[in-house]
Write a protein that binds this ligand. Structure first.
Ligand SMILES: CC(C)(COP(=O)(O)OP(=O)(O)OC[C@H]1O[C@@H](n2cnc3c(N)ncnc32)[C@H](O)[C@@H]1OP(=O)(O)O)[C@@H](O)C(=O)NCCC(=O)NCCS
Length: 224
């Protein structure tokens, strides 16, 4: 069993992303994803565009911090897609339409998770899990079939001499290795569907990701 030192939990509140958070969220992107290229990071204008496109899918985590003030600690960006579209080969910049989410399909029954990100200062305090939980609630409220995403594997850099990316991903899924991102996603109920090669610019992951899926057990077919 993998254990780690407990970090203090903070009080977390997840709300729909508001336009006034856009600047701070855009600034946080480069800190959270230091290896990604500009076309893989969201700008302030793009956050505003996401809110206009699919407000239900844009969520921000606020934490009660010093002086009891609520501060922006993380967020998630999402759009709707179909299972068939998500299963086609794609790269991250393609699927997010270079940050604009223009492939958002209002009739799609799956959320495509374009991003879940927490500022490093707040890692390991339950903020990411609160975002995954809040997104699951959106999925249930909108009666969607579930969520699909490309889960990053930043921990692969420590195992590149031991495993190929696919072997590493399966070792993480089996719980033999802890990955700072994929393990958290698995803990939150996702399973690995396949390996996405050349998905994202990240030498830590050999540019690979794990395609992850979390189904909505409460999905009700329309007309049922
Ligand atoms: C991945 C990410 C969103 C997780 O957010 P987080 O707020 O750090 O995650 P949480 O604090 O909710 O931790 C989730 C679980 O992992 C556990 N965990 C965290 N670090 C651990 C470690 N080193 N060993 C074992 N378990 C660990 C936590 O204890 C927690 O489990 P619990 O709820 O049972 O206690 C965040 O680390 C992040 O933003 N990373 C960079 C960006 C990224 O990779 N985003 C995902 C793109 S696909």
């Amino acid at each position: 069993m993998i254990t780690h030192p407990a970090k203090p939990r903070v009080e977390v509140r997840v709300v729909q992303t508001d336009a006034r958070f856009a600047r701070r969220l855009a600034k946080m992107q480069a800190v959270i994803f230091p290896t990604l290229t500009d076309e893989e990071l969201f700008s302030e204008e793009q956050y505003l565009h996401h809110i206009a496109l699919f407000p239900d899918g844009q969520l921000t985590a606020l934490v009660k911090y010093k002086d009891d003030k609520w501060v922006v600690a993380g967020s998630t960006v999402n759009f709707l897609t179909t299972w068939e579209t998500a299963m086609e080969d794609h790269t991250f910049p393609d699927v997010i339409a270079h940050g604009w989410l223009d492939h958002h399909n209002p009739k799609g029954e799956w959320i495509y998770g374009a991003d879940v990100s927490v500022h490093p200062e707040f890692h390991g305090m339950g903020v990411g899990s609160a975002l995954y939980k809040a997104r699951q609630q959106v999925v249930q409220r909108l009666n969607l079939r579930g969520e699909i995403a490309g889960g990053m594997i930043p921990g692969y850099q420590n195992y590149a001499d031991v495993y190929r990316p696919d072997e590493y991903i399966w070792a993480v899924e089996r719980g033999e290795v802890f990955d700072p991102t994929l393990s958290v996603q698995i803990k939150n109920g996702f399973h690995v569907n396949r390996v996405l090669y050349d998905y994202i610019t990240d030498p830590r992951c050999d540019n690979c990701a794990a395609q992850i899926v979390r189904r909505n057990p409460f999905y009700m077919p329309v007309g049922a």
